[in-house]
Design a protein around this ligand. Structure first.
Ligand SMILES: Nc1nc2c(ncn2[C@@H]2O[C@H](COP(=O)(O)OP(=O)(O)O)[C@@H](O)[C@H]2O)c(=O)[nH]1
Ligand SMILES: [Mg+2]
Ligand SMILES: [Zn+2]
Length: 392
């Protein structure tokens, strides 16, 4: 009647934008020294004088507010933060608040990770089922969601693709088959998995992790996104952890590859990292609650499934590790010394406690560290505050 739909929508979006801009919120995408590159959630603000929408810079180079420093509040890549005192012209700001983290990983140091994109190649290098299993178990032990992506589809026949598809389905994984080199629609194929998530890419070297990441990020973002660029340093060093924004929303971080992750969980935890075992235990229970599914009677897991053999091999490996740890000369760590009522001292092995201990966050972080290997922690150059005095 009076208002056109267009006007109404515009008025509503202005209200939303006004609301959003009461607090500037964004995601930390890179850190260097005491500078934090923050990707803002909203790209537009209402210009007060003209009452018009004006476009803002997407990224602000921020320092940390003094109070956060005093509180010892660390800021990580992936953190959600609020920004104050924006200087739109100079594209600067100050981080005033860090929102609670959903999770955080030690290496690479990234907060609020939603999933691991595990990349393997179907050929060059050949897909080794044992290596894939090892990576999958390692990834599962972080408890993050896993997307398995098999690359270099262009190098093998369609028949072989179907073969792997079926085989991995039996393992409990719905893998994506792609060719980073040839798929025109690569981005579309991955959109659903990556959209609005923080994804960390992992996998052996040479499988196409960096090629994949680079294909997904628009060229101009590779340039503007970076703190190091603004500080006049090189963009891509291995020590540098950086989230790149995806056109469809969400962020992705590449990691360097390596080939043989250590599986270092307890023997009791291992079964939880196999979808096939989880599935079997959902349908039936083993006779013994502490069943390791090896040769115990009444086991619901043991059987004729492909990766049972992988499970047994990894179980032997983690049992051996545990055995080594228990027989370390450090008695304090492996024995519980107890004073008995009659004054005698008993030495109990600490086995029981360990056995029923759940995988700690620490262990999961370590798992992730090894999965992504040698991205060293960014040195937090807290002492170099004087750079701020230079007006940076
Ligand atoms: N044939 C083929 N080669 C690819 C594909 N994706 C990547 N490569 C090649 O695989 C090699 C390793 O790629 P890179 O991205 O460096 O692997 P990363 O070590 O996992 O990061 C490079 O020579 C790429 O050009 C693909 O889909 N098909
Ligand atoms: Mg690489
Ligand atoms: Zn069992």
């Amino acid at each position: 009647m009076s208002e056109s739909i267009g006007q109404k929508v515009r008025a509503e979006s202005m209200t939303v934008l006004r609301g959003a801009l009461k607090e500037l919120v964004g995601t930390v995408v890179a850190i260097q020294a005491n500078y934090y590159s923050v990707k803002l959630d909203s790209r537009f603000a209402v210009n007060d004088q003209a009452d018009e929408l004006s476009e803002l810079p997407e990224y602000l180079l921020c320092i940390r507010r003094g109070l956060l420093k005093k509180l010892g509040q660390q800021i990580m890549v992936g953190d959600r933060v609020s920004v104050e005192q924006p200087d739109w012209q100079g594209m600067r700001g100050a981080i005033a608040q860090v929102y609670a983290r959903q999770n955080s990983l030690d290496r690479p140091p990234i907060a609020n990770v939603d999933q691991i994109l595990l990349v393997f190649a179907l050929a060059e290098p050949n897909l080794d089922p044992h290596q894939l299993s090892r990576f999958l178990v390692k990834a599962e032990s972080t408890r993050l969601a896993i997307t398995l992506c098999l690359n270099k589809r262009d190098l093998i026949h369609e028949e072989a693709v179907r073969y792997w598809q079926h085989r991995l389905q039996e393992w409990g994984y719905q893998a994506l088959f792609v060719s980073v080199r040839e798929d025109e629609a690569l981005r579309t194929a991955l959109t659903e998995k990556l959209q609005d998530n923080i994804t960390v890419v992992a996998g052996p070297s040479g499988v196409g992790k960096s090629s994949l990441t680079n294909r997904l990020i628009p060229e101009q973002d590779l340039r503007v996104n970076t703190v190091s660029g603004k500080l006049g340093r090189g963009r891509h060093t291995t020590r540098h952890v950086e989230l790149f924004e995806l056109p469809q929303g969400g962020f992705i971080a590449d990691t360097p590859g390596f080939n043989h992750p250590d599986v270092d969980c307890t023997p009791e935890a291992l079964s939880d990292y196999f979808p096939e075992i989880r599935q079997r235990l959902a349908l039936g229970t083993c006779q013994f609650s502490n069943c390791l599914h090896k040769d115990e009677p009444g086991c619901a897991v043991r059987g004729n499934w492909e990766r049972y053999e992988h499970y047994l091999m990894l179980l032997a490996e983690v049992e051996q590790q545990q055995h080594k740890q228990r027989h370390q000369p450090d008695i304090e760590a492996t024995e519980k010394v107890k004073m008995l009522e009659d004054g005698k001292v008993s030495h109990e092995p600490r086995l029981e406690a360990k056995k029923y201990r759940r995988t700690s966050r620490k262990t999961r972080n370590q798992a992730f560290q090894e999965l992504c290997l040698d991205l060293s922690t960014i040195e937090d150059l807290e002492d170099l505050e004087d750079l701020e005095d230079l007006g940076l």
